[in-house]
Design a protein around this ligand. Structure first.
Ligand SMILES: [Ca+2]
Ligand SMILES: [Ca+2]
Length: 398
């Protein structure tokens, strides 16, 4: 399933890859039926493990009876949750629901309170209330950043805003202001992307901006569709940082300062990209996938002028989120990437080493994974997708 695109593989390696691809053909699934909650989490399986798992997984994590280095417990359920962010030094987390509600959740009990003052959103298709992250100076000003979809002339589009979070008896957002608007607004309700990440120094905000299922805008430097944007925390000096993106639904900095993004390919060709200023990531001129129905697209290839993915997945796993780990609970994973797969119904662990990336683990979770988040204590949290989306807590096997 995981194939390194360049350099061209020799015959023997190609044969191995062919076998790998064949063995990774997805098993039959029922994506519209979330797995029933159980005390022990999803049924154990090794179907999604890659051949590289045993070679690259550090050996000092204790494995459970199901062969996994974590135990899964369900904490709460939400209506189409999309993103979450923990408040610093707290078990409380903010959770967005796509329909346009924001919740303040006590993750020790699962109790949730609605946060007032949220923006009116256009909730349709893939759009609605989207990402939420804490501002770089949250400790002193309680500023949070969130993204959503609004209607307007021409159709709809993503926007980013910030507000002050007031906690206590009546949690609410105050002083909400829009700081960035995806342009132009177009018809349709797909590929907004609108994931957010601050640079480690807090000086710049990165926003993923999908191509709205319109293809060619991703190569048009006159519009912000199909781009990753960089701006100051107040939204000023917004600039196109990278181009040629399709639907980048994950963005995160590694502890070493490298910026990574996951992107949904078309039919195949999902990507993990190393984001470098000025890079053109190829869409729709190059992709290791094909158009739906089979129309060919040239693969990423050396010399084509495009930045190739560091890892790609064919068939698609539908990466919907990206978290790069820096905690202590799973210390061997520090600096590694964790990707929530929607259609792939998996949690994918990618070993990052500087600018190199290799898939290390691929755990079948039996449900569409919408969000991956690291908790304050270094344990890992997942939100599953859909109307009865589950908040899952992954803790080390004891
Ligand atoms: Ca998050
Ligand atoms: Ca690409």
């Amino acid at each position: 399933m995981q194939v390194r695109p360049a350099p061209p593989v020799a015959g023997a390696l190609a044969a191995v890859l062919a076998v790998t691809l064949t063995s990774c053909t997805p098993v039959a699934r029922t994506p519209t039926s979330p797995a029933p909650p159980t005390a022990t989490g999803p049924a154990p399986t090794t179907a999604g493990s890659t051949p590289t798992a045993s070679a690259t997984t550090p050996g000092d994590l204790t494995l459970g009876a199901d062969g996994r280095p974590f135990t899964v417990s369900e904490v709460a359920r939400f209506q189409a949750p999309w993103a979450m962010a923990f408040l610093p030094g707290s078990a409380d987390a903010l959770v967005t629901q796509r329909s346009g509600t924001l919740l303040l959740v006590d993750t020790t009990t699962g109790d949730a309170r609605e946060v007032g003052g949220v923006p009116r959103v256009r909730a349709a298709g893939q759009g609605g209330l989207g990402d939420i992250v804490l501002g770089p100076t949250f400790a002193t000003d309680h500023t949070v950043y969130l993204s959503w979809v609004e209607s307007g002339e021409g159709g709809s589009g993503a926007v980013v805003g910030r507000a002050r979070l007031v906690t206590g008896e009546a949690p609410r957002l105050e002083g909400l202001t829009t700081i960035w608007t995806q342009t132009p607004k177009v018809a349709g309700d797909g590929h907004f992307s609108h994931r957010l990440a601050f640079s480690p120094d807090g000086a710049t905000l990165f926003v993923t901006s999908g191509e709205r299922q319109k293809f060619t805008p991703a190569q048009d430097m006159g519009v912000t569709l199909g781009k990753i944007m960089r701006m100051r925390p107040d939204g000023s000096d917004a600039q196109i940082w990278t181009s040629g993106h399709r639907n980048p639904l994950g963005i995160a900095f590694a502890p070493d300062g490298n910026l990574w993004s996951t992107e949904m390919g078309p039919q195949g060709g999902d990507e993990l990209n190393l984001i470098v200023q000025g890079g053109n990531y190829g869409w729709p001129e190059a992709s290791n996938g094909s158009h739906y129905g089979g129309g060919p697209i040239p693969d990423h290839a050396p010399g084509d002028g495009f930045e190739p993915p560091k890892v790609y997945w064919t068939p698609s796993v539908s990466p919907g989120s990206l978290m790069i780990y820096d905690g202590d609970a799973f210390a061997p994973w520090q600096g590694d990437a964790f990707i929530g797969a929607l259609s792939g119904e998996a949690l994918i662990h990618v070993d990052l080493d500087g600018t190199n990336a290799v898939e290390a683990d691929h755990w079948d979770m039996g449900d569409r994974i919408r969000e991956v988040e690291q908790g304050p204590d270094g344990t890992i949290w997942l939100l599953t997708d859909g109307g009865a989306g589950r908040l899952l807590h992954l803790t080390p096997v004891s």
